[in-house]
Design a protein around this ligand. Sequence first.
Ligand SMILES: [Zn+2]
Ligand SMILES: [Zn+2]
Ligand SMILES: [Zn+2]
Ligand SMILES: [Zn+2]
Ligand SMILES: [Zn+2]
Length: 235
Amino acid sequence: MSCRNINNRKVNGISVNFECIEKESLTEIFRCPVCMDILNDPMKTPCDHYYCKSCLFLLSKSADCCGLCRNPLDFSKCVPASNIIRETINKMDIRCHQQLKDFNERICTKVKELFTKDNNDIKDFCGIWTDEEDSPYNKYFNLAKEEIESTCSKVLKLGEINHHLLEECEHFELCCRYCNDYKGFRSDILEHYKVCLKNPEVKIDCPQCTESVFAVKLEEHKAKDCPEEFLLEQQ
Ligand SMILES: [Zn+2]
Ligand SMILES: [Zn+2]
Ligand SMILES: [Zn+2]
Ligand SMILES: [Zn+2]
Ligand SMILES: [Zn+2]
């Protein structure tokens, strides 16, 4: 696998990697001359050359001629590429190349998780560290490393990449849809949803009366229904 097959583009402001597994002749035609990745939101110049919309816009700010043929370049005279071009690009076969980040933060949790999966007794875990090459710790460390460093590798059409990343990729970092403060990979986010105080389905115990209430309704509960709050006010 050659490196120039790995392409990059921004989805929701996050830079993502994918590998083009289409015939080389096809990928070459649809490569942007500025970013060298497969065209994203392609535009056509009056001189019949194609660029990503954002790359063309930036190029037109810094140069007054087309980077390929030196003909005059005016962004306002460029047009969106035809539907046939867009559809051909969207139908290209790609492989998602997203990878988890924060290796050091993840490795310990992952080693522990794999260890307990096999041994179902966490109290042995602290005793498994040794310097020996084939020690149990090294075995679990290597398994964990492999899992963290693996890439998504799902094969799909380029036009499906946004949906894949936002709805199914385990290796894409998402923002919490409720609080916007939390960012994490799908498995982290699903854990976070169980405790996010902005999630309308999460319940917590009222600190005053200990009744279980929806976290987003806590203030309302305190103001209206909480018996303890009422007593506090009376004192
Ligand atoms: Zn580009
Ligand atoms: Zn040109
Ligand atoms: Zn993926
Ligand atoms: Zn949240
Ligand atoms: Zn209460």
